[in-house]
Design a protein. Structure first.
Length: 205
C-alpha cells in the first residue's frame, strides 16, 4: 500500500513538473543603471529592432501603452524611423535625431534580440530504491513501461537599453530570457511588464 501511494505521488509530481517546463515564463537575467544618472524619464521614444515589421510594431505599441499606464509619455518609432533591410546606419541615426528633435524626448529605449537557444534534454525515469528481490523486479518493470523522455525548450534572450537624449549615453540596461514562447506576444507582453517594473525600481521613471 505504501509503495502504491509513493508511485502515485511520484507520477503526479512528474506530470506537474512537465507542465511547468512546457509553460511560458520569463526572467530578468541582469540589469544596470548609471549611478550618476538621477533624472526621471518623462517622455521616451521606443524602438524595437526586428526584421519583422509586424513584431516591431506589436512590441513598440505594447510598450508605449505600458509606459503610458505608468504615467510616462511615449511614442513608437515605426511611424518616423523606418528600418529597411539592409540597414543604413547613417540614415537611421539621422532619422532618430529628426524623430526626437524639438519633441521633448529625454530618453530613447532600444530593445533587440540577442539569441534564440533551442535545447533538448533527456529526463530519466523517476524511481527510488526498493529493498528486496521481488520489489526490485517490480520497480525495474515499471521503468520499462515508464521510460524517460526528451524535453524540448526554447529560450529567447533579449537586451533592452535606455539612452539619454541630451548626452547620448547609456543610462540603463536590462537583459532577459523568455522560455518556450508560443508566439511573439508571449515574449512582448511579459517583457514590457519587466521593463516598466525594473525602470520604476531603479528610479528611472
Amino acid at each position: 500500500m505504501i509503495y502504491a501511494r509513493r508511485s502515485v505521488h511520484i507520477s503526479t509530481l512528474a506530470a506537474l513538473l512537465l507542465l511547468a517546463a512546457c509553460s511560458t515564463s520569463d526572467i530578468v537575467t541582469g540589469s544596470w543603471k548609471d549611478s550618476d544618472y538621477h533624472h526621471r524619464i518623462a517622455k521616451v521614444l521606443v524602438i524595437g529592432l526586428s526584421k519583422h515589421e509586424g513584431r516591431r510594431r506589436a512590441f513598440e505599441d505594447t510598450l508605449v501603452a505600458a509606459f503610458q499606464r505608468a504615467g510616462v509619455a511615449a511614442a513608437p518609432s515605426y511611424r518616423s524611423v523606418p528600418l529597411n533591410d539592409p540597414l543604413d546606419k547613417e540614415a537611421v541615426r539621422e532619422e532618430v535625431k529628426a524623430a526626437i528633435q524639438g519633441k521633448d524626448f529625454d530618453g530613447v529605449l532600444v530593445s533587440h534580440l540577442i539569441n534564440v537557444d533551442r535545447r533538448t534534454t533527456y529526463i530519466p525515469p523517476a524511481t527510488h530504491i526498493e529493498y528486496g528481490f521481488y520489489r526490485n523486479i517490480v520497480t525495474a518493470y515499471s521503468i520499462v513501461y515508464s521510460p524517460g523522455y526528451l524535453e524540448h525548450e526554447t529560450v529567447v534572450s533579449l537586451e533592452t537599453n535606455l539612452y539619454d537624449t541630451k548626452s547620448g549615453k547609456l543610462v540603463w540596461s536590462m537583459t532577459s530570457h523568455s522560455f518556450n514562447p508560443v508566439d511573439a506576444m508571449d515574449v512582448i507582453k511579459p517583457l514590457s511588464h519587466r521593463i516598466i517594473n525594473n525602470l520604476s525600481a531603479q528610479g528611472v521613471i
